[in-house]
Design a protein. Structure first.
Length: 459
């Protein structure tokens, strides 16, 4: 099939009634005797769906190309063993103050559960309950360390370094303290997505948050992408291999089909962009590529542990553990506080995310069981299932979510959000300078690019 015919068929598949073929062979959408602006959105994650929905509602012709056989991207509820597991995003972080995901959850009719962050028990490496000491002595020492690092980094003459190096410079015994390690991994490494040795000491917390206690979805986060995708032309299993853009149009190659439109919005995760599995012509700007290099990709893995019965305090929301390996099984979420499912969710943070992902299910069960015995005593059972999320090896994700690496600044996120030329635009959590690494950041970035296209199309 020649290129011209592929373009025509791609246009018909996109749901456009009639096409004109211009002198360059570009398919132009026609409707009611006038050209309708057409947009290709690459990726049916939250950013792509947000952009596609806004553009379609404004009357543009929108086609979404999604590599997977499902929508949602890194928002995915997998019903495994009868349990709805949020393999990717699990919380609305800060549901108040205008967080757009809160409003979407209401529109979708999704059940939500507000977590009690004060409902936590922390055990040391011998299984002793050290909750009170953790949140008095441990928290105070970590707060003092954070202040010392911030003070050192306030000096512009001091070069950025890793957070681990900055902590050691402030107190060379701190990282040997299990109370400090627990705080840094279960809060900071989890929240940012990065690990101490890779995080920017200066900018690891230069983002912002909405207020309010975090909210979970007992039935799964999938209600949000399902709501956003309604009525949108989404082509699943469409792996994009190349994107070519000019001042007049964009052409996207996927599975031997060439799609051409007035604009394209690229919502590929930063991990995929870093892999360079999609060829851009012309190549991405040097500034954008430099920013891609400075922003890191978190290796976090969730592990869903399923049991025949609960042997832990079922009304406690979270359990902490002074794991001998910082970042491995330091934190557990209790499903029993919001469901009748006997499930604990633990994590591999930082570099331990890769270690957890490399294990088979049997190895995970054997590896986590001693921690459970230490925490909960002889009554603890080995999990009957241990299911890891494995985002790092997913070819369409290549990581969990982004963080500020050494040398990264807010300007790098702005660089990743900047259009290339007049027709190629970018969205995704990594492109939001204020709310990176969040679902609401991804959603807002998609709306931002839809607004940019609508402004250009109406000019």
């Amino acid at each position: 099939m020649d290129v011209m015919r592929r373009r025509i068929l791609a246009g018909v598949a996109a749901g456009v009634g009639a096409y004109l073929i211009g002198p360059t062979g570009v398919a132009l959408a026609q409707g009611g005797g006038r050209k309708r602006t057409s947009v290709i959105v690459i990726g049916a994650g939250i950013a792509g769906l947000a952009a596609a929905r806004a553009l379609r509602q404004a009357g543009l012709v929108v086609t979404v190309l999604e590599a997977r056989q499902r929508i949602g991207g890194r928002v995915w509820t997998d019903v495994n063993d009868g349990v709805p597991m949020d393999v990717g995003a699990g919380w609305i972080h800060g549901p108040d103050g205008g967080n757009p995901i809160t409003a979407l959850a209401r529109q979708a009719g999704a059940a939500t559960y507000m977590t009690n962050d004060d409902s936590v028990m922390v055990f040391d490496a011998q299984g002793v309950d050290v909750t009170d000491r953790q949140f008095s002595e441990g928290s105070k020492r970590v707060a003092a360390l954070r202040r010392a690092v911030e003070s050192a980094m306030d000096d512009d003459a001091v070069s950025d370094t890793s957070l681990a190096a900055a902590i050691r410079a402030a107190d060379d015994t701190a990282l040997a303290d299990p109370y400090v390690r627990y705080e840094l991994t279960s809060n900071l490494e989890f929240d940012t997505g990065g690990w101490l040795e890779a995080l920017s000491a200066r900018n690891h917390f230069n983002d912002d948050k909405y207020p309010g206690k975090d909210v979970l979805f007992p039935g799964g986060y999938a209600a949000i992408p399902k709501l956003l995708a309604a009525g949108i032309d989404i082509k699943l299993g469409s792996v994009v291999s190349a994107i070519r853009h000019t001042d007049s149009y964009v052409t996207v190659e996927s599975g031997g089909v060439s799609y051409t439109a007035d604009y394209a919005v690229v919502t590929l995760p930063l991990g995929v962009l870093k892999q360079k599995s999609v060829v851009f012509s012309p190549d991405l700007s040097a500034g954008k590529q430099a920013s891609m290099g400075r922003i890191g990709i978190g290796r976090i893995n969730k592990v869903f542990l399923l049991f025949d019965k609960a042997f832990w305090p079922i009304k406690t929301q979270y359990f902490g553990f002074h794991s001998p390996l910082r970042g491995r099984y330091a934190y557990f979420v209790n499903y029993r506080t919001f469901s009748d499912i006997n499930c604990l969710v633990t994590f591999g943070f930082g570099e331990q995310g890769e270690a957890v992902e490399a294990m088979t299910e049997a190895q995970l069960i054997a590896d986590v069981s001693p921690a459970l015995k230490t925490m909960f005593g002889a009554a603890a059972l080995a999990p009957r299932r241990a299911i890891a999320t494995r985002w790092n090896s997913d070819p369409f994700a290549r990581g969990a979510y982004t963080f500020a690496g050494v040398g990264a600044t807010e300007r790098d996120h702005l660089s990743l959000a900047a259009p290339e030329g007049k027709r190629l635009l970018f969205a995704g959590e990594h492109t939001h300078e204020i709310y990176r690494a969040t679902v609401h950041g991804a959603y807002l970035s998609g709306l931002r690019e839809a607004k940019r296209i609508l402004a250009a199309a109406s000019a």
